[in-house]
Write a new protein. Sequence first.
Lengths: 143, 143, 143, 143
Amino acid sequence: MATVHPFERPLRIRFAHCDPAGIVFFPQYLVMINNLVEDWVSDALGVPYADLLGRRRTGMPTVSLHCEFTAISRMGDDVMLGLTVERVGGKSITLQIGCRRGDEQRMVIRQVLVFTSLDTHRAIDIPTDLRSAIERFTSKAPT
Amino acid sequence: MATVHPFERPLRIRFAHCDPAGIVFFPQYLVMINNLVEDWVSDALGVPYADLLGRRRTGMPTVSLHCEFTAISRMGDDVMLGLTVERVGGKSITLQIGCRRGDEQRMVIRQVLVFTSLDTHRAIDIPTDLRSAIERFTSKAPT
Amino acid sequence: MATVHPFERPLRIRFAHCDPAGIVFFPQYLVMINNLVEDWVSDALGVPYADLLGRRRTGMPTVSLHCEFTAISRMGDDVMLGLTVERVGGKSITLQIGCRRGDEQRMVIRQVLVFTSLDTHRAIDIPTDLRSAIERFTSKAPT
Amino acid sequence: MATVHPFERPLRIRFAHCDPAGIVFFPQYLVMINNLVEDWVSDALGVPYADLLGRRRTGMPTVSLHCEFTAISRMGDDVMLGLTVERVGGKSITLQIGCRRGDEQRMVIRQVLVFTSLDTHRAIDIPTDLRSAIERFTSKAPT
């Protein structure tokens, strides 16, 4: 059974995602999930990602990534990408991200992103407005 | 101290690798290491990668990937990519891959690749000619 | 004034499209229009692109491309991509493709694609079912 | 006969460049030539590209691009990329870029790049130190 996440977005696997073996080239999966996180920040957390990086000079680089590719995806497959917040730290968040096609799990990722100043590239505290929005996506409701 | 690997290749971080934050876009790191593995197969294992995929219809998809990004890389940085074979299984291999700039470790990856038939996308035994060449790159010499 | 095309699709400019200068990295524009042509074939011409390449072994490589980048696009911009068929030949088609943000033209492309057999990579006649569907998107109705 | 250029760099076509049809995905050709221009600026013009963009805040976006893809390239092909300066304007340059494998021309590109301030994204005069270095690569010597 595949995991259903509180934030999900459909995606069609495209020619541009695929390699000479006819399946998704794995770095393209990471581009897809980067786009998913961007949509989540803009549409679900309510902070336009371009504004976060541009005007607010706040980045969200990835510091740790653990991926299991459990089944292949081919050009034309309609898949669902989704995310859950596993942990909210002081300066970082841990996301569980999945790709499924119906009930078949294609990929599972655990990704740690840290908030940084784009001027210094040093870690900063999670901005207050983002923190409360993020906590609504944790797998267990905050108490 | 950064890890020095038995197979290494220098690389300059380019404009095309970098994102609006001015640092390497992390999926581009995975393209770089895919190229590194390709060079290792062609140049160190002695089997042209294009021939492996083309004529021999043998693929090496990634099934598991664990990345730690320990320091940022910027456009223009001259880095060294390297790999060591951690484990040789029946149908798969586990690689330790690193990116360093001099003594500074930038990234550490553990990647599991499985050998497959490109006709069925099913796992196959590691081809005999590759197996013996691969074992020369294990961190401990096989006994 | 920007050109409005008979086939259009909205797109948000993303982090992954942009370069260290904070604007679209021009090769990413070509990935976007490749996706647009794929959507047009699948959704407007009624032939699933994955089926065309996979089961029917028919490719549509680009043989000629002329791009004018008339204004920059930044992360977060909501743009419209569109296409018109300029010419239908025996084995190739010429497309006019544009990217606009409202009334502002961002890019204009003329692209020639040829139909090929993926077994021989040689040009073939445009498949009959595609030809009639394509002609409905010419700027002037065929007489 | 293929064109030989005054600035040339060898390149091996890789898995990551190729599409499900097993040939170079055309946007990847544009990434390759962007890297070529970067190498030319850094190594032949003598201005580190990262320094031009970073410290000097000077960009070189593409405003016009005309590509003819004359023969396909496959994974494993060893090709030569090269460039000649066709025209040096006040704020822009026109390059002729080619990809050949031995005597076989694979691609011909005419690319116009404009010099810009990365703070305003407006065109600026070609920096004096770059101008004289660029003129040494014109197809006809300046009089």
